[in-house]
Design a binder for this molecule. Sequence first.
Ligand code: SAM
Length: 272
Amino acid sequence: MPATLHVVATPIGHLGDMSPRALETLREVDAICAEDTRHTRQLLAHFGIERPLLALHQHNEEAQVAQLVGRLQAGESLALVSDAGTPLVSDPGYRLVRAARAAGVRVSPVPGACAAIAALSVAGLASDRFAFEGFLPARAGARRERLARLAAEPRTLIFYESAHRIEESLADMAAAFGDGRHAVLARELTKLFETVFDGTLGELRQRVAGDPNQRKGEFVLIVDGAGDDADARVAEGRRLYAKLAGHLPPSTAAKLAAELSGAPRKALYGGG
Ligand code: SAM
């Protein structure tokens, strides 16, 4: 193999999703950069692979990049894996990939599982255009602000969520997008307790609130984009009005927000 940085996807649950090419690549490289070396060592042990592991996570990536690129330039081949799925997708690695490319090193993907794409493939929502939003901010204020900005987004929206914030996120989404917006909650994909529910955001909230099992594990939440309809225009108009009203007289703020959003001016008061 010529010196290459191989970006290798690993399973998101079911070990049968490890591809033959991923196994072959991991067996042949000089070393494997892993987000959590203990976790990856277990995965490799399952497949009988023994290669040196190098820790590369969000806290040391910046510091490790120069040394790793040096090894690649010296002719070594490295693999990059994360704890699950495709590296760089809500996972570390882009700094290493960027630096390797800048140094003229070959970077090659070994594609495989990705929770966002797996969920989209079974959601039954429009998939010709979608926006991957990853994790929402942990702090409530920042999360609500992010969701308010997305209320008028016409593309299908994909979010990652953890068990301890799923209820809050569903509540904030229902408030920002409306209880009636259609969505799909994909939980524990490819694992023993895989479930995929669809319904309105209001229905999904009820389902999660009423069943403790539905609050366990890992989640992808896929939300229908805003149609080019009156509701989406009003949501965007209210967001703009709330921002502008802090700086302008209310009537001017409402006039501008109505013009920019296409919503009727009267619908904007009292909504922000
Ligand atoms: N790089 C990974 C990928 O390709 O999907 C994602 C890593 S991110 C740190 C972890 C998040 O992905 C979880 O919190 C969850 O939102 C989602 N996820 C990972 N595995 C999943 C699964 N089996 N079912 C549902 N969501 C999953």
